[in-house]
Design a protein around this ligand. Structure first.
Ligand code: NAD
Length: 365
């Protein structure tokens, strides 16, 4: 995968798209509503490109384009490794989610999504909500993750967290020879939706759980349910004595500053894009002998949940499919060891091999 940060000069946009392998990038503009959006379709070999719509105030248009390109590429690998018949796509809306939203704004965006004829299916992401998806759904069928009362799959977080828990247990098996978490010290960074459901699972298994968040009310939700969970200040997260670090807040927490501080054997969490610079920081983790469970492999439960919605939603089926993340994570660790490559590279190879194999059968008569 490409690095997370880079400058993008306007005269190299096509070079960038070509080097990352995107099929199509759509710029959407509507003067009346003020809508400015970019829909990036990375790969549709396995199926329609499914990925959320992010709404964010980007520092520049180039940042917005890069975010859409990078996130959509990640969705391709996430779906491919999870065995889903989905391609990778993602959209970004340039704007302030607290100020710039309206019914017309999202319905207009829905019309743009609809104009792609199902090649791109959208869902919620950072800065967009279920209510926004309902407006989009007024203009297109190509939207998923709707509320349960609208026949949708509802909140994906419990399923995402269950997949992260499966990946975390598989990591424990690889490092300790068994997947029992009793007495294992797990640092969960981020007491949000995914972090809290993950903690529920960890506590059931007898793990010693630490939690950190920048908001007191989020922490209180955890400590009210599990008084034994110890709160750690945000700046102290990386240096505490732990067995497993589970990033469940924002991305890029594995970087030049934090990796040297880590006192753990495993990194396994739900946050997207945990490695600030993918190849450099993957190598730093390997040099320190820390096992990394690739984020897009173990946080695929949310995507599996949304995919189930397209087939006729059943939460039990979604959870059963998510359970396979355990075996998939172990298979990735084996492939990395056998091929002498990083766990991240092994995951990307597995994804690319599946896409190539399916592309081959599709082109044959
Ligand atoms: P959320 O917004 O509910 O929770 C994130 C939490 O992290 C918040 O409580 C926030 O206060 C906290 N936080 C922010 N910065 C922090 C910091 N520096 N230190 C400690 N805590 C901090 O989000 P979520 O839905 O739980 O998602 C968490 C991560 O998992 C995100 O990276 C998201 O992209 C990823 N993810 C989520 C899903 C899903 O189904 N929700 C699926 C795949 C990936």
């Amino acid at each position: 995968m490409s690095a997370t940060t880079a400058n993008l000069a306007s005269d190299v946009i096509f070079d960038k798209i070509a080097s990352m392998g995107h099929e199509q990038v759509v710029f959407c503009h509507d003067e009346k509503t003020g809508l400015r959006a970019i829909i990036a379709i990375h790969n549709t070999v396995l199926g329609p490109a499914l990925g959320g719509t992010r709404m964010w105030q980007y520092a520049s248009d180039a940042d917005a384009i890069l975010d859409a390109l990078r996130l959509s590429e990640g969705m391709t690998y996430k779906a491919a490794v999870a065995g889903l018949n989905l391609g990778g796509g993602k959209a970004v809306i340039l704007g302030d989610p607290r100020k710039d939203k309206s019914e017309a704004f999202f319905r207009r965006y829905g019309k743009f999504v609809d104009s792609l004829g199902g090649k791109y299916i959208t869902a919620e992401d950072v800065g967009t909500s279920k209510a926004d998806m309902e407006y989009i759904a007024m203009e297109t069928d190509h939207v998923s993750g709707l509320p349960e009362h609208k026949g949708g799959s509802g909140d994906p977080s419990p399923v995402t967290a269950y997949g992260v828990y499966m990946g975390l247990k598989a990591s424990a098996k690889k490092v300790y020879g068994n997947d029992q978490l009793v007495g294992k010290k797990v640092m969960v960074q981020g007491a949000g939706n995914v972090g809290r459901y993950l903690i529920d699972n960890l506590i059931k298994d007898g793990a010693v759980v630490y939690v950190s968040d920048i908001f007191e009310d989020q922490l209180q939700k955890v400590t009210a349910a599990h008084p034994g969970v110890k709160v750690i200040a945000p700046n102290d997260v990386y240096g505490i004595d732990m067995d497993i670090y589970a990033p469940c807040a924002l991305g890029a927490t594995l970087n030049d500053d934090t990796i040297p501080q880590l006192r753990c054997a495993i990194v396994a969490g739900g946050a997207n894009n945990q490695l600030k610079d993918t190849s450099k920081h993957m190598q730093m983790l390997m040099d320190r002998g820390i096992l990394y469970a690739p984020d897009f492999v173990i946080n695929a439960g949310g995507l599996i949940n949304v995919y189930s919605e397209l087939e006729g939603y059943n939460r039990q089926n979604a959870l059963s499919k998510t359970e396979h993340i355990y075996d998939q994570t172990l298979a990735i660790f084996d492939a990395a060891a056998n091929e002498g490559i990083s766990t991240l590279e092994a995951s990307v190879r597995i994804a690319r091999r599946r896409i190539e194999a399916v592309a081959n059968i599709k082109t044959r008569l």
